[in-house]
Structure formats: structure tokens, C-alpha cells
Design a binder for this molecule. Structure first.
Ligand code: BGC
Length: 412
């Protein structure tokens, strides 16, 4: 069957999104950026990535020692929220043994953010596991979920007062897919049964963490960050293409958001895909055949703001506040980032105008950083990092974003 996928003019859609929005954001809208511990901190040696066959993140951005400089730059850029993650393997390097010095470190980090007027989004699990937890089978084993809960309780007890938004787990679908289907991340397995088992267990771990945190802080705001693409059938007339889209939507957000407890929805958004159903089991019964005329990031991901708008409209059905906890692009020359930010925020503004309760936007990422299996290849930062000298340079797109953050308004 020939797939007709060249019919739409992809370039006209982003403009449509932008043109209809007035670029106003609600009062109190949160503006900021995101990072994760293993990608930026440096000096992490006791997690499954650091001891795996993959090149380690090493010193990364040395953010562990330079967090003040980094957050002061974010403040100068008008940001009022930051998303960071805690490295479980620092806090609990051995099962049941907590490292008070590391807890004190995070205490200082979070206090610094609060003293500087930031709202804090804190992720408890962003792709990495302490070595001891991985050795016990990690999230493959339901019986291990209690270990995660013990860690969460310790964080709640020691650091909870500085946490405004809790993100229990980052992107369970991506983690399960990359580590258990594609076999590219530790523990490098390729087993479809484990994919679903790990996914289910992570959602269960989230629910248990939700209850544990609420025990300490009944008014806590707890959610998890899900990576949600916009999917469309490659051929809208094909029953099977439509079915592939339905299935992926169900797995990605309909199921998890309706079966878990959440005070808000955390949305990580990067991708748009036109799906074609395929009988190929090894490709999970689908292929992505996205229009070649759509502009791309350095990583080859489509730049298609309409996708974010569509996803936001779908999430409206859950009647929960939405925070965009990641959105951004690899763009080493900083040629496309400002325009990307403007168009994607245009999509957000338009969704808000249409009644979607979006309350914050955190750009990925504050810093150029370690990009998992690709090492330091991709440059996602608002701040450029020279990894030889650890110098930071503010990209011009970051100045552009700063204007929007400061004015809570974007010219359209
Ligand atoms: C992950 C980040 C990653 C980003 C860009 C997201 O899915 O949460 O850790 O750096 O994608 O690749």
C-alpha cells in the first residue's frame, strides 16, 4: 500500500499555531529549565551506568560543584523554576545505608534554589539505579519496589520541605524501552515481557511513592514525567495505521494517566511521528514515516510545534494541571533554538487559550550535558558548556527565552 504522506504542508502548521495565539501566559506561570543528576553533576560512580560498558559521564558539567553559578545564571535569565534530579546512588550507596553528607549536599542545593526564589521540581529517578539495586534486578522485580519507597521516604523526611513539585519517575516508557527492548541502556536486555513488567512496576512504584510522600506532606504536589509524542497515522485511511496510533496513545498516556495517582501531569515532549503499521515483530509492529519536509534538529527529530499543541489538547481530558517538564532540541550552532522556543511556546499559548491548564514550561536543558548512549554529542543547553574548561556561555537563544520568562508574554 502506498502511503500518502506528502499532502500536508508541514511548514504552514506551526505558523497557524503561532498566528492564532496572543502569546499571553497566566499569572504565576512557571518558567525554567531542567537537568538530571547523572547528565550534569559529575563524579557519580556507584550507579548502573557508571559501571556499565558505556562510556561514563565522568566530570560531566561539574554541576555538583558549580550549581550556584549555574542557578545564578538561570536567575539572571529570568527563570523562576528549576527541575533537578537526585542521584539515588549518592544518597543510598549501599542498601539501607544513607550517606548523610550527600543528603546535606542536596539540602544545600535545594536551599540555594529556594533562597533565590525558584520553585523546585525534583525528580527521584531519572534513568539511573544504584548498583546494588540493579544487581537485585531493579524494576524487573516487584519485590524491589519497597527499596524505592524506603529511599523516597528518606528524601521526604530530609529534603521534603524544599520540594515544591515531586516527579517520582522520569519517562518510564523510555526507560523500559531503551533498557529492556532496544538493549541500549543498562541492563542491555531485549525482552518484550520485561518491557511491560518494568513499565508496570515503575507505575506501581510511582503510586507507592505518591502515598509515601503524601503521608509526610498531605498537600504535596506529586506526579511523574512522561515522554509523549504526537502520533498520527501515516495513512489516515488505513485501519491498521490508525490502530497503531491508538495503541501507542493508550500505552503512553491513556493507561498510565488514568491508572496512577497524580496531582499534576508532567509532560516531556520532543517528537512527532507518522506511524505505519508493520507486521514486523522486531519493530514493535510499527514504523515511523514522518514527512521528510519537516525541519529537523541536529538529532534528526522533527521540529513540529503543532505536535505539542495536539498532545496538550489530548491531556486536557484528564482535568489535571499540566507542567511541561522537558521540551527542547539538539542545536550545536544555536541556529534554530530561539525560533523553536517561540513556536513551541506559541503552541502552548494557543492550548492555554483553548482551556488547557498548562502552568509551567521547563526547557531541556539548562546546560549542554551527557546524552546517555550518545555521550556528549548533542547540545541541548541554553548554556553552552566548554567541557575542557567548564566555562559556561549564555547562548543567544537563552537571552531570547529570558525575555519571555521575564515578561510572561511572547510577541507572536
Ligand atoms: C530525557 C533526557 C534527555 C532528553 C534529550 C529526555 O527523554 O529525559 O534525559 O537528555 O530526552 O535526549
Amino acid at each position: 500500500m502506498r502511503i500518502e504522506r506528502e499532502k500536508i504542508n508541514p511548514l504552514s502548521l506551526p505558523l497557524k499555531v503561532r498566528g492564532r495565539s496572543r502569546g499571553l501566559f497566566p499569572e504565576g506561570f512557571l518558567w525554567g529549565a531542567s537537568t538530571s543528576a547523572y547528565q550534569v553533576e559529575g563524579g557519580i560512580t556507584q550507579n548502573d551506568w557508571a559501571v556499565s560498558r558505556m562510556p561514563p559521564s565522568g566530570l560531566a558539567c561539574d554541576h555538583y560543584n558549580r550549581y550556584k553559578e549555574d542557578f545564578l545564571l538561570a536567575k539572571k535569565l529570568g527563570q523562576n523554576a528549576q527541575r533537578i534530579s537526585l542521584e539515588w546512588s549518592r544518597i543510598e550507596p549501599e542498601k539501607g545505608k544513607f550517606d548523610e553528607r550527600e543528603l546535606e549536599h542536596y539540602h544545600q542545593v535545594l536551599k540555594f534554589l529556594k533562597d533565590n526564589g525558584f520553585k523546585t521540581f525534583v525528580t527521584l529517578h531519572h534513568f539511573t539505579n544504584p548498583v546494588w539495586f540493579a544487581k537485585l534486578g531493579g524494576f524487573e522485580q516487584k519485590r524491589n519496589l519497597d527499596y524505592f519507597k524506603v529511599y523516597v521516604l528518606k528524601v521526604a523526611e530530609d529534603l521534603g520541605e524544599y520540594i515544591d513539585f515531586w516527579i517520582t519517575i522520569n519517562e518510564p516508557t523510555v526507560y523500559a524501552g531503551m533498557a529492556y527492548n532496544e538493549g541500549k541502556w543498562p541492563p542491555f536486555k531485549k525482552n518484550i515481557i520485561l518491557v511491560f513488567q518494568v513499565y508496570r512496576n515503575m507505575l506501581e512504584a510511582h503510586n507507592r511513592a505518591y502515598d509515601a510522600i503524601h503521608k509526610y506532606y498531605p498537600n504535596a504536589l506529586v506526579g511523574f514525567a512522561q515522554n509523549i509524542w504526537c502520533y498520527e497515522p501515516a495513512n489516515p485511511r488505513s485501519f491498521f495505521d490508525r490502530l497503531a496510533v491508538k495503541f501507542l496513545k493508550w500505552v503512553n498516556f491513556r493507561l498510565p494517566f488514568s491508572r496512577t495517582k497524580n496531582d499534576f501531569l508532567g509532560l516531556n515532549h520532543y517528537f512527532y511521528g507518522q506511524l505505519h503499521f508493520s507486521m514486523n515483530w522486531s519493530k514493535n509492529f510499527h514504523e515511523i514515516r514522518t514527512n521528510k519536509n519537516i525541519p529537523r534538529t541536529d538529532r534528526g527529530w522533527p521540529i513540529y510545534p503543532e505536535a505539542l499543541y495536539q498532545v496538550l489538547l489530548e491531556l486536557k481530558k484528564f482535568h489535571k494541571p499540566i507542567y511541561i517538564t522537558e521540551n527542547g532540541l539538539a542545536d550545536s550552532e544555536d541556529l534554530k533554538r530561539a525560533d523553536y522556543i517561540q513556536k513551541y511556546l506559541g503552541a502552548v499559548a494557543k492550548a492555554i487559550e483553548e482551556g488547557v491548564d498548562v502552568r509551567g514550561y521547563l526547557h531541556w536543558s539548562l546546560l549542554d550535558c551527557f546524552e546517555w548512549e550518545d555521550g556528549y554529542k548533542w547540545k541541548f543547553g541554553l548554556l553552552e558548556v566548554d567541557f575542557a574548561t567548564q566555562e559556561r556561555r549564555i547562548r543567544s537563544s537563552a537571552e531570547f527565552y529570558a525575555k519571555i520568562c521575564k515578561q510572561n508574554f511572547m510577541e507572536t
